[in-house]
Design a protein around this ligand. Sequence first.
Ligand code: PLP
Length: 429
Amino acid sequence: MDSRRLVPRTDAVLADPRLVAAVGRLGRAVVKEAVTTAQQRVRQGGLDPREVADAAVAALPPYPASLRTVINMTGVLVHTNLGRAPLSEAARTAALAAAGHTDVEFDLATGVRARRGRGALDALARAVPAAGDAHVVNNNAAALVLVATALAAGREIVISRGELVEIGDGFRIPDLLVSTGARLREVGTTNRTSYADYRAAVGPETGFVLKVHPSNFRIEGFTGSAGIAELSGLGVPVVADIGSGLLAREPLLPAEPDAASALEAGAALVTASGDKLLGGPQAGLLLGRRDLVETCRRHPLARALRVDKLTLAALEATLRGPEPPVAQALHADPAVLGERAAVLAGRLAEAGIDARAVPSEAAVGGGGAPGVTLPSAAVSLPERFAGPLRTGDPAVVGRVEGHRLLLDLRGVPAGTDGDVVRAVLGADL
Ligand SMILES: *Cc1c(COP(=O)(O)O)cnc(C)c1O
């Protein structure tokens, strides 16, 4: 008998209640594709015609988007490939609430248009009292582009040769700045740049002096640089790209610059990321002199770099709410991490897995605090667990060292330990 004649009709299969529900969850096109694939298998003789609906259900993707949940056990707290900062529960709740219609640019009391994202801007003003005003764009790169365009297009940005930085994946700050039509006036040398170098370069063509935090490397030895306080006396604005987004001094990272200190030292503007040490959503923060922030905000380019309502909601909740996960991970007690690793390794060893608790070293990552290691603890497993754990759901990503897979606990909230145990026990080896 011709098996093609037995292939159930698409609309008959789609009437299966499980597939009807899936259409509501995933969309018709995705579900139909799963059905078509199953019908194809029947035609090729690889599937019983009565199993088309079951096969389609089994082939449905688990989530409406392809991005998967990852447990970051790399020991790199802000991992750009893994989405940088995980949002706090407060920020997730706020983003979800803003996902529908929301008063992002509307005053519900008066019924007229209001300043976009005023809640997030107010939270920034409270978090950094030294800033006269604030503006938020899509990321720190966008903040730099906006500042360079609004304050220095057709003019010069004075910058030290020691601060012509590549941030990662080929992204070079000097290329970004030049793309705006500003010219770079490079001063000093790779290892030493003095106040006199800047003073000799500043003139009528200067838009601003830029200080860039060399966030992912360190130069040691015969070095020298001029500080913001000195440079702020040159009579031109000093813009400080602090990178990681610390708003105030962090005692654990004494060499990491922060917005409050930069502004107090005399920076006219500070630019920073929202999703590094600040622990919030991807965003670029512009903080500082009211007139300069206003010039940036009013520039036509600002509209192209405008930030989304979800971001504004998550940023505000990050700033006002409880300590976000990145800060918790940074402040985690190594002794507690060691105890957790011992408990986890014990539970896995009981199940016959070669698991051991070992000391580990974590890092801030994401272009922050280069050279700083944070004492941590990990569960060490045979290397062959790496692939199956990466492809599980949730995916667990560790780091391989000396033929062992290390699952570092510093970046993982304690509440996730049960998921880690389940993932390892369920790993399809
Ligand atoms: C990370 C970083 C950037 C880029 O920030 P994004 O938010 O990723 O655009 C720029 N400057 C410095 C110093 C950084 O560390």
